[in-house]
Design a protein around this ligand. Structure first.
Ligand SMILES: Cc1cc2nc3c(=O)[nH]c(=O)nc-3n(C[C@H](O)[C@H](O)[C@H](O)COP(=O)(O)O)c2cc1C
Length: 382
């Protein structure tokens, strides 16, 4: 029986022996796409490569991995945005992309402490790019040997950090001690707050779902996501970025013709309707939210907010909690103006302040690590 028959049989009546199903499931892990996680853990004699191997594991929008790093000296590097990897429809000012780059820099800084270095990060050395990121560098990075330094305790959480795109347990509230630990991460440059007030939570759940539907119903913003979907192991291994639809179940659906980019592009298809149902359930399962707010809309403040978000994401992992950014209502395309204004009124984050991250917070299931391009593929030598 070829693989196609094998899965049709499963769909039609479960005729296939369990051993066959298990064998199929066991071969679906995109091993090469996950190798960068093991590469980071295995260490590297060059401190620049050590920190970069960790930095590529950063959370970032649609897993675009928009970073390019130039090695400029034995202990110095320059971070650039790969301008082809931006999300112009849903992120017209490259704000979310910049947050991903800031998460990259903060992971690099945390990894540096594990090998006795401090990482100095000089942002926008050639000026702040506006309204979009451009050819100018995002940051100069300098490793400085520091004998008195101890490893940042968050370093140990790097392999455990996730963006958990699953429903959270509504019967398990987030403990007060966890909320206090997260809010303590606030700095002058980025305020971190947990939302737990039941009245606000209900409105936020509705608002995030409304915003999700607007993004999905707006052809150009929806297609930006559809074009980045990688369905099944072969596509994920070929392009270890974007939105991975992997694992035996989704790959099985794709093999029997029930899941394709064409179907997902059509909001009326059963694949799209099932996807929307999945999202509605997930967005409703938010026992709390975490927010990151900057005091002003500058690029420097956005970068600081991104660094703070990364620390919050690692702290969430240390606390055994889960975090999932839900960014649709924050997005700056015209159709989202209404929800964005409602969100700012609800959270009191109007100008000059800037809400940069809104993420579901709670207890979720364990989920796998996500694909990455190896650091070596993102490095240029001066
Ligand atoms: C600025 C930013 C915005 C994000 N927005 C969303 C979002 O709206 N929905 C979502 O499912 N994930 C969102 N994510 C999470 C990314 O999809 C995730 O970081 C990426 O797929 C890599 O997965 P990982 O964080 O589990 O390693 C966002 C991440 C960042 C940094």
């Amino acid at each position: 029986m070829n693989r196609r028959h094998f899965l049709v049989s499963v769909g039609a009546g479960g005729l296939v022996a369990a051993t066959g199903v298990t064998a199929f499931a066991l071969t679906r892990t995109p091993t090469a796409a996950l190798a960068p996680w093991a590469e980071a853990a295995s260490g590297h004699p060059d401190p620049r490569r050590f920190v970069l191997n960790h930095a590529v594991l950063a959370p970032n929008p649609h897993n675009r991995q928009p970073w390019i790093v130039e090695l400029t000296g034995p202990l110095t590097m320059t971070l650039w945005c790969n301008l082809d990897r931006r999300l112009p429809q849903t992120d017209p000012f490259d704000r979310q992309i910049l947050i991903g780059l800031a998460c990259f820099a903060e992971l690099a800084a945390i990894a540096a402490t594990a090998i006795g270095y401090r990482l100095e990060v000089e942002t926008f050395p050639a000026g702040e790019p506006w309204p979009r990121l451009d050819q100018r560098p995002i940051a100069h990075l300098r490793l400085v040997r520091d004998g008195g330094l101890s490893a940042d305790p968050l370093f140990a959480q790097i392999p455990h950090r996730r963006s958990t795109k699953r429903p959270f347990d509504m019967a398990r509230p987030v403990p007060a001690a966890g909320i206090a630990a997260l809010e303590r991460l606030s700095t002058d440059a980025a305020r971190i707050t947990a939302v737990t007030d039941p009245a606000i939570l209900g409105t936020l759940r509705d608002l995030t779902w409304d915003a999700w539907q607007i993004e999905a119903a707006t052809k150009r913003t929806h297609m930006e996501s559809v074009d980045l979907m990688r369905i099944g192991r072969r596509e994920i291994e070929a392009n270890p970025d974007g939105i991975s639809l992997g694992g035996p179940f989704l790959e099985g659906l794709s093999l029997i013709g029930q899941l394709s980019r064409e179907q997902l592009a059509d909001p009326a298809s059963s694949a799209s309707r099932q996807g929307a149902d999945m999202y509605r359930t997930m967005l409703a399962a938010a026992p709390a939210y975490l927010t990151v707010v900057a005091p002003d809309p500058s690029r420097a403040a956005t970068f600081a907010a991104g660094r703070a978000y990364l620390r919050a994401n690692l702290t969430v992992a240390a606390l055994g909690l889960s975090l999932h950014p839900v960014s649709q209502a924050l997005q700056e395309f015209a159709e989202m103006d209404g929800p964005r204004a409602r969100l700012d009124r609800l959270l009191d984050t109007g100008a000059p302040r800037r809400l940069h991250m809104l993420a579901r917070l709670g207890y979720g299931p364990a989920v796998p690590q996500t694909p990455r391009w190896a650091a070596s593929t993102r490095i240029r030598t001066a």
